[in-house]
Ligand binder design. Structure first.
Ligand SMILES: *Cc1c(COP(=O)(O)O)cnc(C)c1O
Length: 365
C-alpha cells in the first residue's frame, strides 16, 4: 500500500517550469530582484489585495525582518501554539515572548486574554492565523490602538484568505506569508511581508539586502533575505494554478468533515465567521475520554496503516528544550490541552477520495 504523508508539495508541470526559467539563460540574472522577482511581487500584491508586498527568501526571515523593521524593544504577546519560527523570530530579535492562551475551538490567540498580559514593556502582538483559521482581528486591532502596540501577524497558513471580503494581509501593521514547499502556495522556499507604510517598506528592503542604498551607500546593518529568480519562477507557475488547488483542497476538507463530524471523541476546528478559507490543514482533536484511544495511540495506529500524520503543533514552543527554564507555560492551559490531543491529517490538493475514506475508516474503527 502506498504511503500517505501529511502533505505533498504542489508543482507545475516540468514543461511549464522549464519554459518559465528559460529566459534566465539569456539574462544570467539569477537573483537580486530580477525580472521574475519583480513580476511575482506585483502579481502577488494583486492576488492578495494588499497595499504593499516585499518578497523574501523564506517565511521565517520574512517574520524576523518584519519585526526588526519596527525597531521593537521589550515584550511581545504571542501564542505558543504555533511552529518554531514564530517564537524564534521574536527571541532572535532580542524580544521577550509573553504567551497568551488560545481559544479552545478556534485555536487562535484568545484576544480576550491579551489585555491582562500587557505591561509597560509590551511593544507588540504577534498572533498566528493558525491552520488558516484567522484570529479575532477586530478585537486585536482595538487593543493595539488602545495601548499603541504594533501588530505583526504570522500569516504563514493564511495565503489567499479574506475576512469580511478584505485580504488577510491588510490587518495589523504587517503580515508574514510563507511560501515554503509544504504550504498552500509555494516558491520552493519563500515568503513575503505585506504592510501599509512606505517608509517601513524601505527599512524592510534595507534589511533584506544588506542595507545597501546605492552603489556606495550602506546605511543599515541589513541581512540577506532576497528571493532568487528560480524561486520566483516557481511562484509564477504555481500562482497560475493556486485557485484550482484550493478548490481541490476544499472538496477534501468537506469530505473529511462529512465523515468525521459525528465520531465520538473526535473534535474538528471551528472556523471563524466571515472567512474566505484556504483549506490549508485538517486538524482533529482526539479526546481519549470519549474516543477510547489517545492521540498518540491513534497516531501509531495510522502509521501502522502507512498513514503518516503529524502532531502539529506539539510540543508548544514554550516547552522547547531551548527555552527550558526561561519561558513559562503554566498560563496557557487551553494551548497545552489542545497540543496534547491534536493531529494534523493529510491535506493536499492531490489527495484522493479513496485515501480520505481510508483514513477516516481507520479513525472510525
Ligand atoms: C511555515 C511556518 C513559518 C515559517 O515559514 P518558512 O517559510 O518555513 O520559513 C512560520 N510560522 C508558521 C506558523 C509556519 O507554519
Amino acid at each position: 500500500m502506498d504511503k500517505i504523508y501529511v502533505t505533498r508539495s504542489s508543482m507545475p508541470s516540468y514543461e511549464e517550469y522549464i519554459e518559465e526559467i528559460k529566459s534566465l539563460w539569456d539574462t544570467h540574472i539569477l537573483t537580486n530582484m530580477g525580472e521574475k522577482h519583480k513580476l511575482l511581487e506585483k502579481q502577488l500584491k494583486e492576488y492578495l489585495e494588499v497595499d504593499n508586498l516585499s518578497l523574501m527568501v523564506n517565511g521565517h526571515m520574512a517574520l524576523e525582518l518584519a519585526l526588526q523593521a519596527f525597531d521593537l524593544h521589550g515584550e511581545v504577546i504571542t501564542t505558543p501554539f504555533t511552529f518554531a519560527s514564530t517564537t524564534h523570530a521574536i527571541v532572535r530579535n532580542g524580544l521577550t515572548p509573553v504567551f497568551c492562551d488560545i481559544e479552545p475551538d478556534h485555536f487562535t490567540i484568545d484576544a480576550n486574554k491579551i489585555e491582562d498580559l500587557i505591561t509597560e514593556k509590551t511593544c507588540a502582538i504577534v498572533p498566528v492565523h493558525v491552520y488558516g483559521n484567522i484570529c479575532d482581528v477586530e478585537k486585536i486591532q482595538e487593543i493595539a490602538e488602545k495601548y499603541h502596540l504594533k501588530v505583526i501577524y504570522d500569516g504563514a497558513h493564511a495565503f489567499g484568505e479574506k475576512y469580511k471580503g478584505i485580504g488577510i494581509g491588510n490587518f495589523g501593521d504587517a503580515t508574514m506569508f510563507s511560501f515554503h514547499a509544504t504550504k498552500v502556495f509555494n516558491t520552493i522556499e519563500g515568503g513575503a511581508v505585506s504592510f501599509h507604510d512606505d517608509q517601513y517598506g524601505k527599512d524592510l528592503y534595507g534589511l533584506k539586502n544588506f542595507g545597501i542604498r546605492g552603489p556606495e551607500i550602506v546605511n543599515f546593518v541589513g541581512a540577506n533575505a532576497k528571493m532568487n529568480e528560480f524561486q520566483a519562477a516557481m511562484g509564477l507557475c504555481n500562482l497560475r494554478h493556486v485557485d484550482e488547488e484550493i478548490n481541490k483542497r476544499k472538496n477534501i476538507y468537506h469530505l473529511y468533515v462529512e465523515m468525521l463530524k459525528d465520531v465520538p471523541g473526535i473534535r474538528l476546528m471551528k472556523l471563524r465567521d466571515n472567512i474566505e478559507f484556504n483549506y490549508a490543514y485538517f486538524p482533529i482533536i482526539v479526546d481519549e475520554k470519549e474516543y477510547g484511544m489517545n492521540r498518540n495511540q491513534l497516531f501509531d495506529k495510522l502509521a501502522e496503516n502507512n498513514i503518516f500524520v503529524r502532531k502539529y503543533f506539539y510540543p508548544l514552543t514554550s516547552e522547547y528544550e531551548c527555552y527550558s527554564g526561561i519561558l513559562s507555560l503554566d498560563k496557557t492551559p487551553n494551548a497545552k490541552w489542545i497540543s496534547e490531543r491534536v493531529l494534523a491529517l493529510p491535506m493536499y490538493a492531490e489527495l484522493q477520495v479513496k485515501q480520505v475514506q481510508l483514513i477516516c475508516d481507520i479513525i472510525k474503527k
